[in-house]
Design a protein around this ligand. Sequence first.
Ligand SMILES: [Zn+2]
Length: 354
Amino acid sequence: MFFKTSDGSFLDSNGKVLYFSTERFIRDICEGDCCFICGISRSETDFNDEHVLPKWILRKYNLYKQSITLPNETKFRYDKYVLPCCKQCNSLMGKKIEEPIRNLITQGFEAVAHHIEKKGYWLFFVWLSLIFFKTHLKGKSLRYYRDRRQEDYTLFDTYNWEELHHIHCVARSFYTGCKIDPKVMGSFLTISAKMDSTYQDFDYLDLHDSKTVLLRISDICFITVLNDSCRSLTPFKNYLERLSGEMSPLQLREVTAHLAFINLHLKERPKFFTMVDLHRKKHIMSAKCSDFVELDNYEQSEFGEILNFCCKEFLNVCNDENLEQIKEEVKQGKRTFLFDEDGNFNTNSFVPMT
Ligand SMILES: [Zn+2]
């Protein structure tokens, strides 16, 4: 039999938290220092460090001494970027998520695509939810202003934890065994990336407000929207149908910008919920959303802001002779790296880099 606690959380007969109420999630996970998967306190078991990006990626791409850009746009070294997690959950996460992912990715794009075709993208969606969640949970222990002379508040203060509650439920579903309704799955693209010696083999970008993530490992790129119930793909369909080849790192970032922008402008947002049957010991995560997708009003410059955020890291080191014009068009949301002047897929979109 399952039990409901006074704060609205659900536990199994062994006390395992199957569902954190928002109240308990904020108290124990966000503001507290409990294991971010099972919620156990530090005083009750052994903890060890969990890297925000898996160690095998840090090793393979020599990222230990490189930095991730945080939502406050400061940089933090990947090797220092760790979260407290209990040993048991760490090892379960390795077995259920990290090892199968590593196994598929090291076999290459075809193996990943084959897995997704046969079994769906749940494994990768949960993995990206975990990375996104860890990135943003970590913010609570980092000062917003890294310069200590400035006012002291953490990144945590700038987050809306309730919005992250749903992503946390998905991220720990490998632990809870919760059934997931397909409506919970967000937009997800697996794209073959075109490699070039001027770009790194690894790219990670997340947009906090739009809950959108890009992760590129060699020639495999995943782009997902974590909280849109696949709604963002409908308005993006016209673009998607014309994207007919391997994509450059800059093009992949533009795709991320489009999905992020659409997600922010969905007129009707999906509502996520978890249903628990105490007696039958079943729980399922689901979503309510209409089939009709409509966007609210927007200015093209709003898209430009997001496109600029996604592309500026590359454009800042670009040496194209028309760079200033390109940057201005990006800011206005009028520049595309995806298509040529005739509207066909641009197969030559590598911006010259310094
Ligand atoms: Zn744990």
